[in-house]
Design a binder for this molecule. Structure first.
Ligand code: GLU
Length: 415
């Protein structure tokens, strides 16, 4: 989305890591491209009675380390290259936190904001009918992403099980708890992000209990607002925005009130606890921690110079363009890269797959502990690479991930 081709950005990151690791030409070429791509059409009868054809994709970037894994997006601006990029980032994300999984992403070009629940259900079921033979617990396991949620997963799982004639809840993750979902999945992305902030603060010597701002107030942004204070033992939320409204209050806003307001009204507009500001200004405030939690390319050449945060925690996938990355690096801003900062979601998805397969479910505290262990170990591996290779954290994380995936490809005899 935007003027950037995210796939080229992602490939560039692979090339830089491959160079630092002295990977041979064939291995590098293999890691640059998705291993499998599916393009499908989904006919849906709309509420108006008319039939519309929707276009969908499922792209499996790499499955050397395990079944491919990654979300499904319903978005009007979806393109094959965004999905390719995001599938690649899933490969690097699962590798950086050392999950036995590969990377995939899917998407349907549609606008959920103007569709009824019935129409969305038809898209979800039609999409699964189209890709049913390419997914499965030992092949590829989808999950929610932008504008999809546990209800979407419930419909999709039901469609898959109906086609296969078996019970196989582990085929999709982030399902409702009653039908094979795990404890702790809904807040997992944000929880992982806040844990990565804790590790970054320790590494950078920053007090995590200062000010913070959140750009994007969907699932990840809302949960981060709440968990920041819970996990780090303090912090003042001074600014937040959703896709329509920005809010600012230097004295701090109550995260719980903001979430309740957003969930009941569907927007932050008119929230009494803060002053309205332009959405983009939320990125430019002088805060200790900034969470970009919306879409790709939010931090770019046009606003990177104005960013004053000390630490940026990328809860969204690909929120910073390569030009902005360089600007932030030169300004001494510490960016916790998306493949680490947003790895909590897929980590708990993996726990969900494990629990579904042996049909025995863990307590929430067990999920939280195991998630913390994975993100902490991933963070430490990244900071070791940062020190060893003298690179910024994004490249450090890519070095860790690319090395692990390259090794798996070599062990299998692919390259
Ligand atoms: N969509 C999430 C992500 O981008 C979660 C993927 C998953 O759980 O498979 O990380």
């Amino acid at each position: 989305m935007g003027t950037y081709n995210s796939f080229q950005v992602q490939q560039q990151q692979v090339l830089e890591a491959a160079k630092l690791l002295n990977l041979d030409k064939a291995t590098t070429e293999l890691l640059l491209w998705p291993q499998r791509e599916f393009k499908v059409t989904i006919p849906v009868r709309l509420d108006s009675g008319e039939v519309q054809i929707f276009h969908g994709y499922r792209i499996q970037h790499n499955y050397a380390r395990g079944p491919a894994k990654g979300g499904i997006r319903f978005h009007p601006d979806e393109t094959v290259d965004t999905i390719r990029a995001l599938a690649g980032w899933m490969t690097w994300k699962t590798a950086v936190v050392d999950l036995p999984l590969g990377g995939a992403k899917g998407g349907v070009v549609c606008n959920p904001r103007v569709m009824s629940q019935r129409e969305l259900e038809q898209i979800a079921r039609g999409y699964i009918r189209a890709i049913a033979h390419s997914i499965g617990i030992a092949k590829d396991v989808p999950a929610p992403d932008v504008y999809t949620n546990p209800q979407t997963m419930a419909w999709m799982m039901d469609e898959y099980e109906t086609i296969q004639g078996i019970h196989e809840p582990g085929v999709l993750t982030d399902k409702p708890r009653q039908i094979g979902g795990t404890e702790g999945r809904r807040d997992a992305t944000a929880r992982g992000g806040v844990i990565s902030v804790r590790e970054a603060c320790a590494h950078q010597g920053v007090d995590p209990r200062g000010t913070y701002a959140i750009q994007g107030f969907g699932n990840a942004g809302q949960r981060a607002a709440l968990l920041h204070r819970e996990i780090l033992g303090g912090g003042t939320l001074v600014a937040v925005c959703d896709s329509r409204t920005g809010l600012h209050n230097p004295k701090g806003m109550n995260p719980k009130d903001l979430v309740t307001y957003k969930l009941t009204r569907g927007s932050l507009e008119g929230f009494p606890g803060g002053k309205m500001i332009p959405r983009d200004d939320v990125l430019k405030l002088d805060v200790d921690i900034l969470y970009p939690a919306a879409l790709e390319n939010a931090i770019n050449e046009s606003n990177a110079h104005d960013i004053k945060a000390r630490i940026i925690c990328e809860l969204a996938n690909g929120p910073t363009t390569p030009e902005a990355d360089l600007i932030l690096y030169k300004k001494g801003i510490h960016v916790i890269p998306d493949i680490l900062a947003s790895a909590g979601g897929v980590t708990v998805s993996y726990f969900e797959m494990v629990q579904d397969q042996y049909s025995y479910f863990w307590d929430e505290t067990v999920v939280h502990e195991r998630l913390d262990a994975k993100i902490t170990a991933g963070s430490r591996a990244v900071y070791e690479a940062v020190q060893e290779k003298k690179v910024h954290p994004r490249l450090g994380a890519m070095v860790v991930a690319v090395a692990r995936v390259a090794e798996a490809c070599k062990l299998r005899g692919w390259v």
